[in-house]
Design a protein around this ligand. Structure first.
Ligand code: GDP
Length: 295
C-alpha cells in the first residue's frame, strides 16, 4: 500500500538524515522533496503546498537545526502533519438508533455492494449487531442478485423488492422489515452511476430525506485519485455525509485520495476496503496509516 509514496518520502527525509551539517538549505530541500513526493502520489497541489508550509514552519519553530537528531525530528513532524491531514483520531460509526440506518452512497463500481456486505459482517461479528441489508438499486437486477450473494456469504438477511422501481419506498419497507425481524442495523445499498449526474443525486437525496439515516457513508475507489476527491465533494454538497469509505487500497493506488479527501470535505475516513473478500475491511486509523507510509 502506497509503496511509491513511502519510498519517496523515505528518500526525501534521508537526505537530511545523511548530512553531517544541517543547514536551512537542507531543510528547504527536504521540504521540497516531501512536496514532490505528495504531488507524485496525486495529492492536490494546494493541499501539498499547505502541508509543506506547515512542515517548514514547525521545523523552524522546533529548532530542527540545533537538535541532535534533526532527521528523526523531521520524520516526526511529517508524520504528525500527515496524521492530522488524514483526520486526526479515528472515529466510529453511530449505532445508537433502533434500528440504526446506514445509507451507502457513491458511484457505480466504487465498491458499495461489496462494502455493504463487509460492514454487515463486521457489525455482526465485532459489534454483535443484527443487520439487515436492503437492495435499493432498481435499475440493475444484477446489483440485487449481487447483494443477495453477499448477504448469503456473511449470513445476513437481504430485503429486496424486484417489481418495485421506487427506491424510497423500498428503503422504507426495508426498515419496517428490519423492525419485524428484530434487526437493529439497516444497511441500505443504493444505485450509483458511472459519473455524477443530477438524477442519481436527486434519488439519493430523496432516500436520505425519507429514511433520515444515523450514518450516511460515501464509498469511493481510491484508485481514482483526484477524481475520488471531486466526487466526494459533489456527494458531500448534496448529502453532507458522515464519513468516507476508501476501497481498493490493496491495489496499486498512489494514495492521493487517502491523503487529500479529509481536508477537502472535512469528513473522516471511517473504513478502508483492502480486498474483494468479506473480511477485507479495516477501521481507518490516520496515525497508523501515517506510520505505514513513513515506514
Ligand atoms: P458498486 O457498484 O459500488 O456496488 O461496486 P461493487 O461492490 O460491485 O464493486 C465493484 C468491483 O470492485 C467488484 O468487482 C468488487 O469485487 C471490487 N471491489 C470492491 N471493493 C474492493 C476492494 O477493497 N479491493 C478490491 N481489490 N476490489 C474491490
Amino acid at each position: 500500500m502506497f509503496d511509491n509514496l513511502s519510498e519517496k518520502l523515505d528518500k526525501a527525509l534521508h537526505v537530511l538524515k545523511g548530512h553531517g551539517q544541517i543547514t536551512e538549505i537542507n531543510v528547504a530541500e527536504t521540504v521540497k522533496e516531501v512536496r514532490r513526493a505528495l504531488l507524485d502520489a496525486d495529492v492536490n497541489f494546494k493541499i501539498a503546498k499547505e502541508f509543506t508550509n506547515r512542515v517548514r514552519e514547525k521545523a523552524l519553530g522546533q529548532n530542527v537545526l540545533t537538535t541532535l537528531q534533526p532527521g528523526q525530528l523531521m520524520v516526526k513532524i511529517v508524520k504528525d502533519e500527515l496524521t492530522e491531514l488524514m483526520g486526526g483520531d479515528a472515529e466510529g460509526i453511530d449505532l445508537s438508533g433502533n434500528p440504526s440506518v446506514i445509507l451507502m452512497s457513491g458511484l457505480q463500481g466504487s465498491g458499495k455492494t461489496t462494502f455493504s456486505g463487509k460492514l454487515a459482517n463486521y457489525l455482526k461479528t465485532k459489534k454483535t449487531k443484527k443487520p439487515l441489508l436492503v437492495a435499493c438499486d432498481v435499475y440493475r437486477p444484477a446489483a440485487i442478485d449481487q447483494l443477495h450473494i453477499v448477504g448469503e456469504q456473511v449470513g445476513v438477511e437481504v430485503y429486496s423488492d424486484r417489481g418495485n422501481n421506487d427506491p424510497v419506498a423500498i428503503a422504507k419497507a426495508g426498515i419496517s422489515q428490519a423492525k419485524s425481524l428484530g434487526c437493529n442495523v439497516v444497511i441500505i445499498d443504493t444505485a450509483g452511476r458511472l459519473a455524477v449526474d443530477q438524477e442519481m443525486m436527486d434519488e439519493i437525496a430523496n432516500i436520505h430525506k425519507a429514511v433520515k439515516p444515523q450514518e450516511t457513508l460515501f464509498v469511493v475507489d481510491s484508485m481514482t485519485g483526484q477524481d475520488a476527491v471531486n466526487t466526494a465533494k459533489a456527494f458531500n454538497d448534496i448529502l453532507n455525509f458522515d464519513g468516507v469509505i476508501l476501497t481498493k487500497l490493496d491495489g496499486d493506488t498512489r494514495g492521493g485520495a487517502a491523503i487529500s479527501i479529509k481536508s477537502v470535505v472535512d469528513k473522516p475516513i471511517k473504513f478502508i476496503g483492502t480486498g474483494e473478500k468479506m473480511e477485507a475491511i479495516d477501521v481507518f486509523h490516520p496515525s497508523r496509516m501515517a506510520d505505514r507510509i513513513l515506514g
